[in-house]
Write a protein that binds this ligand. Structure first.
Ligand code: ADP
Ligand code: MG
Length: 211
């Protein structure tokens, strides 16, 4: 994998978030303030615009770090700094290398998760994006360590993320805006876990065409 992989992933994520913008906003209307779709669409559109405006090629890690900065500066809601930190940490984990493999990808996803947990202090089970990201990072690491092919490992990580997303439905939120609802947050799927699954899905589609 290389800078082109990262670029195609970010473009795929932006397209998917744009397509699902109204759905994400509806989920946020139920347990938040109805802006999650708008937030993520605005942020990732700005990321793609900046990718295309960049002068000269950048290594994959730098692309991610820069995309993280764009998210922080363009998204007002909680998801901006959280995803911004995730991408910056992932970028820093990749460093300045021009190419990276499945082991580095697993480390980058671990670093992204660590960044989100450090900033937002949510553990699994609190009905946040961590409920999708943590099982995905864990599964990717397990599959890569077990010698799985890249595309299979990332697909399994995506599926674990989707399962984590669905598991947020019966949870009561204890972090973020949804926590203000207390028990009334139960029975709704978390918007941030849902957008996280979309972003992981874009990664799975991107690497499936590489191998
Ligand atoms: P806001 O809540 O500021 O309106 P968004 O609607 O864009 O921001 O994002 C809401 C999502 O952010 C939630 O669905 C949840 O997944 C995620 N989130 C909120 N707080 C936290 C946190 N402390 N840690 C991890 N994720 C969080
Ligand atoms: Mg919101």
């Amino acid at each position: 994998m290389n800078a082109e992989t990262v670029q195609r992933w970010l473009e795929g994520a932006a397209a998917s978030l744009h397509e699902q913008r109204d759905y994400l906003t509806q989920l946020d209307a139920a347990i938040g303030d109805a802006d999650h779709g708008t937030n993520m669409d605005r942020g990732f559109s700005a990321v793609v615009e900046k990718l295309h405006a960049a002068d000269g090629p950048m290594p994959p890690g730098r692309l991610l770090t820069s995309a993280g900065g764009t998210l922080v500066s363009t998204v007002g809601g909680a998801s901006g700094p959280l995803w911004g930190t995730a991408l910056r940490r992932a970028g820093r984990a990749l460093g300045d290398a021009e190419e990276f493999g499945s082991g580095e990808l697993a480390s980058a996803l671990d670093a992204a998760l660590d960044g989100v947990v450090e900033l937002g202090a949510a553990q699994e089970g609190e009905k946040t994006m961590v409920d999708a990201l943590a099982p995905a990072a864990r599964t990717l690491r397990e599959r890569v360590d077990g010698g799985a092919a890249l595309a299979d490992a990332v697909r399994a990580a995506f599926e674990a993320g989707e399962e984590g997303m669905r598991a947020t439905v019966p949870m009561q939120a204890s972090k973020g805006r949804a926590s203000y609802l207390g028990e009334r947050s139960i029975g709704h799927q978390d918007p941030g876990a849902t957008s996280t699954a979309l972003i992981l899905g874009a990664l799975a589609r991107t690497v499936s065409t590489e191998t």
